[in-house]
Design a protein around this ligand. Structure first.
Ligand code: 1PR
Length: 585
């Protein structure tokens, strides 16, 4: 197949027309070709300017994953968006944002099939204002090993490869990490020593050949390229639109290159991947049909009064906005009756996501009811369609509960990955970093560890009859039905099937405020190589340091203490900092 780069042979007339409008006082820019493509080497000498009076951003959205947040962030900074629909739209752009999401091969196919390769190469080589995000950075390299070897745009020397989990780091790399600035880059000026949000399994590595491009690196297992800059061309591996106020300032500096804002100094220097603190909102319709945030004790969300109504702890959009302002590193919505109601019939839930993503610039996860479904009219919806609707509405990750249990049971029984489960399908299309499996286990006490076919552990707090061991039985349908599979077996199976993260609840601890189930969290976080989010039981700040000090959890999630305003998110962060645990400030 002809290389993408070879087809970028000369600047098309439309581009030259656009270039003719540039201000003469800007710097002469000469692009450099990577050696791989030296056969087609060409150098444009044009006069380019980064400044423009118009407040339009051209956005190259090829329809995979959540680009709503990028749109919302751009709008919040006073810019409007023009969607790129043709190569001409790229050539005529005043500034171009390319928020690549999903798989490398699919993105390259889209660009090639729509004839955009040449336009993109010309645009970038001629130093026009460009910001690539995540995959939008990776596509600039020569190739990726994501699905075999797939050619990229070839503008930067290097191959995009998968993180090496044998070095002990969990893959995907999910969370807030620190940057090492390699050269002056105006768009990173406000970062100071603060964390930015990454979510990816593949990365480009620094080398002698690409060192002139690198503006920052990040350490995770090894040093990988976190951002590049050459002239007006920028690209970042992290997600500015998900990196809170720091991320918004990066976008702002790209959009307003002349503006100078005061550097914000961090309270504490970011040095490595931070432990995340997540606020979770269990959402369901109350008896009047309004969508409310509720919270149960051991999954029972009804008041124990004569009326027996669903507990109402507030409005989802408002609470999510509040937790964002309070410093939560992520917000999760769990549609807890999704197992019986069809989520796409639940338009309010999609509205909640849309409204929330307008003002919340940290990752949003949504779960509940992600499965294949046939409605009353016989119309079949695949789980992929359900997930796509969630992503389009502003979710960054989707979380699968019951359906992942059925998929794991089937896989353990047959040893065959059919590729048809919702988990496999969604992670294949959107990448495993976008798929969380939510586990709802319940403790089953044992006298001897061999009394069960499932992995048992010695528990710190013995059972009601002095039993010293327990296995953790998985449940479906919001804890209503126990299944013959343990949390350990499930976690390992879903990792193989493509889960990118595990949300580990515990029915016994839920709403009890007595701390996370350390035995369970240790068991699961030692069993898998993907990040594990500890959930259920937080009642005090000390419970967070306990779970991070005693297990390999990457994040800790709480609900009740935040909703009841007993412990603010900031208090948790301050406590963790005092205990020497890295968090985002
Ligand atoms: O099975 O794919 O439809 O997904 C259903 C989702 O809804 C699952 O993620 C499941 O965990 C969740 N869910 C179902 N029923 C309930 C319930 O409470 N009745 N909530 C429920 C799960 C657990 C956590 C809670 C933590 C922290 N809630 O989300 O937020 O335990 O609480 P705490 O800090 O107050 O202790 P599917």
């Amino acid at each position: 197949m002809e290389s993408a780069m070879l087809r970028c042979s000369s600047p098309p007339p439309q581009f030259l027309a656009a270039a003719a409008n540039y201000s003469p006082d800007s710097q002469l820019f000469r692009c450099h070709k990577p050696s791989l493509n030296s056969k087609s080497s060409r150098s444009f000498s044009i006069r380019a300017s980064a400044s423009s009076n118009s407040s339009v951003v051209s956005l190259l959205d090829y329809g995979a994953g959540n680009v709503r947040s990028v749109r919302n962030a751009i709008h919040s900074l006073g810019f409007s968006i023009k969607d790129v629909e043709s190569p001409e739209d790229i050539l005529n752009a005043e500034r171009l944002v390319f928020p690549g999401v999903g798989a490398f091969a699919a993105a390259m196919d889209f660009i090639n099939q729509n004839g955009m390769t040449e336009a993109l190469c010309s645009y970038i080589e001629n130093d026009r204002p460009f910001l690539g995000i995540c995959l939008g950075l990776q596509l600039l390299f020569e190739s990726s090993e994501e699905k075999g070897t797939v050619k990229g745009l070839g503008l930067i020397p290097g191959v995009v490869g998968r993180f090496d989990s044998s070095s002990g780091c969990r893959v995907p790399h999910i969370g807030w990490n620190a940057l090492q600035i390699a050269k002056e880059t105006n768009i990173l000026d406000d970062i100071g020593d603060r964390h930015v949000y990454f979510v990816h399994s593949y990365r480009a590595m620094p080398s002698e050949e690409n060192k002139d491009w690198i503006s920052s690196t990040c350490h995770y297992g090894d040093n990988f390229i976190a951002s590049i800059r050459r002239g007006n061309v920028h690209a970042v591996q992290f997600h500015p639109e998900k990196s809170g106020d720091v991320g918004l300032s990066i976008l702002k500096r790209f959009l307003y290159p002349e503006s100078s804002t005061t550097k914000k100094l961090a309270k504490r220097k970011a040095s490595k991947l931070a432990k995340r603190v997540i606020a979770c909102l269990d959402v369901r319709a109350n008896d009047n049909g309004d969508l409310v945030v509720t919270k149960g004790d051991q999954y029972d969300v009804r008041e124990h009064t004569k009326e027996n109504e669903v507990r109402n702890l507030g409005k989802p959009v408002e609470l999510a906005g509040q937790y964002y302002k309070d410093g939560a590193d992520e917000v999760s919505f769990l549609n807890i009756t999704g197992f019986r109601d069809f989520p796409l019939g639940d338009l309010p839930m999609l509205q909640v996501l849309r409204y929330t993503s307008e003002n919340v610039f940290v990752p949003l996860t949504v779960g509940g009811g992600i499965r294949d479904f046939t409605d009353a009219n016989g119309r079949h919806y695949s789980s992929l369609e359900v997930a796509s609707e969630y992503f389009r509405s502003g979710a960054d990750k989707i979380s699968i509960g019951s359906d992942a249990v059925y998929a794991a049971e089937e896989y353990l029984k047959t040893g065959v990955k059919t590729g048809k489960s919702s988990l496999e399908q969604i992670s294949r299309v959107y990448g495993n970093q976008a798929v969380v499996v939510s586990i709802d286990p319940r403790r089953v006490y044992l006298v001897h560890p061999d009394d069960s076919a499932f992995k048992a552990v010695r528990v710190k707090n013995p059972g009601p009859n002095g039993e010293e061991y327990a296995w953790y039985q998985c449940t479906v349908n919001g804890g209503r039905e126990g299944r013959q599979i343990g949390a350990y077996e499930l976690a390992r199976a879903v990792e193989e099937l493509g889960a990118g993260e595990i949300l580990l609840n515990c029915i016994d601890c839920d709403g009890q405020g007595k701390g996370f189930d350390i035995d369970l969290v240790k068991l699961i976080s030692d069993a898998v190589n993907i990040p594990v989010v500890a959930s259920s039981g937080a009642g005090a700040v000390e419970h967070f340091s306990e779970v991070f000090n005693q297990t390999n959890a990457s994040a800790a999630l709480a609900a009740g203490i935040f909703h009841r305003k007993e412990v603010p998110v900031q208090a948790v962060k301050e406590h963790l900092l005092k205990e020497g645990i890295e968090v985002r400030t």
